[in-house]
Design a protein around this ligand. Structure first.
Ligand code: PMP
Length: 301
C-alpha cells in the first residue's frame, strides 16, 4: 500500500481524496513541484535532490498566488523524507507536492480561500531518453508570457500550454517540443529548459524569456562553469537551433537529455554531443552524492 501526505498527515492512498468541487481543480490555480530522489545501489541509500530548493520555489510560487499553508519549508523537507521511508522506497522516484485552494466554492480568485498541500511519490526512471538522444520539433504553439500565466510559476493551468506542444511533437513523430516565446525567441521545452552549444560555449535563454527558472538549469550552469566552459544567458533565435553544434534539454524529470534532431535537421552529426555527455556524466554522479563539491545538492534519506 502506498502512503501519501494529505492535508496534514500521512495517510493510505485511498484516503487522499479531494472533492470534485475543489476550487483549484476548476481554475488551474494549483502550484506544484517535481522533485527527484535517486537510489544508489552501492550505498543502498536514497538521495533526495535539491529538496530545499524545490520547496523554496514552491513557496515563491505560492507567494505570487497568494497562498499560505500550515507547513514550513523545513517541515516539508522532513515530511518528504518520512514519506519515502514510510513507503519503503529503494528506486529512483519523482516526488510531486501540490498546493491547491481546497474550498468548495465557485469563482476564480486568489483571496478568501484556504490552501492545502498534498505530496506523493511516483516511480520514475528516465522521463525522456538520455542515451540515444531525442528528436524535437519547434512547436507552433507559443509559450505563455509573464503577464498572462507566468511561466516562472509551476502552476497547473500553465501546463495546458505544455500539453499542446508535447502532443504536437508526439503526433509529428518526435519526442519533445521546443517552444518559442511571443517575441519568437526560444524559451524552453514542454517541461524542460534548453541549452545550445556553439563553438564550445553554452547558451541558454535568460529567466526573462518566459521560462521556468529551472533548478537543473542552475545545476548545469554550475557544472559547465566548473568544467571550464563559458555560459551565456541570452536570447536564442530559432535558426540557431539548426546550426548549433549541440543541443540538450535539462530538468528534474528530463535530467540531461541530448537533442539529436530538430525539425528534421540533424543537430551536429546527429549524435549526442561531447560537451552534453561530459555534463551528463558529472550530473549523474552528483545526484547520487558522489561528487564532494556538489554534496550539498543532496540529502541522504
Ligand atoms: N521548464 C518547465 C516548463 C518545466 O515543467 C520544468 C520541470 N520542472 C523545467 C523547465 C525544468 O525545471 P527543473 O529543473 O527545476 O525541474
Amino acid at each position: 500500500m502506498e502512503y501519501i501526505y494529505f492535508e496534514g498527515k500521512i495517510v493510505p492512498e485511498d484516503e487522499a481524496k479531494i472533492s470534485i468541487k475543489t476550487n483549484s481543480f476548476h481554475y488551474g490555480t494549483a502550484v506544484f513541484e517535481g522533485i527527484r530522489a535517486y537510489y544508489d545501489e552501492e550505498t543502498n541509500k536514497m538521495y533526495g535532490l535539491f529538496f530545499k530548493e524545490h520547496y523554496q520555489r514552491l513557496f515563491q510560487n505560492m507567494k505570487v498566488l497568494n497562498m499560505k499553508i500550515d507547513e514550513s519549508i523545513d517541515e516539508l523537507v522532513d515530511i518528504t523524507k518520512e514519506l519515502i521511508k514510510k513507503n519503503n522506497i529503494k528506486s529512483d522516484i519523482y516526488i510531486r507536492p501540490i498546493v491547491y485552494f481546497s474550498d468548495l466554492k465557485i469563482s476564480p480568485k486568489l483571496i478568501g480561500y484556504k490552501a492545502k498541500i498534498a505530496i506523493y511519490t511516483y516511480p520514475l526512471g528516465d522521463y525522456i531518453d538520455i542515451n540515444q538522444g531525442v528528436k524535437a520539433i519547434v512547436s507552433s504553439w507559443r509559450r505563455l508570457n509573464d503577464n498572462m500565466i507566468p511561466p516562472r510559476l509551476k502552476v497547473a493551468g500553465a501546463y495546458v500550454n505544455s500539453a499542446f506542444s508535447k502532443t504536437e511533437a508526439i503526433l509529428a513523430g518526435a519526442d519533445e517540443a521546443i517552444v518559442l516565446n511571443e517575441k519568437g525567441f526560444v524559451s524552453e521545452g514542454s517541461a524542460e529548459n534548453i541549452f545550445i552549444v556553439r563553438n564550445g560555449k553554452l547558451i541558454t535563454p535568460p529567466v526573462s524569456d518566459d521560462i521556468l527558472e529551472g533548478i537543473t538549469r542552475w545545476a548545469v550552469i554550475q557544472i559547465a562553469k566548473d568544467l571550464g566552459y563559458e555560459v551565456e544567458e541570452r536570447h536564442i533565435a530559432r535558426t540557431e537551433l539548426y546550426v548549433a553544434d549541440e543541443v540538450f534539454f535539462c530538468g528534474t524529470g528530463a535530467q540531461v537529455s541530448p537533442v539529436i534532431e530538430i525539425d528534421h535537421r540533424k543537430v551536429g552529426d546527429g549524435k549526442p554531443g561531447k560537451i552534453t555527455k561530459e555534463i551528463q556524466k558529472v550530473y549523474f554522479k552528483a545526484v547520487r552524492g558522489k561528487i564532494e563539491k556538489y554534496k550539498n545538492w543532496v540529502i541522504e534519506i
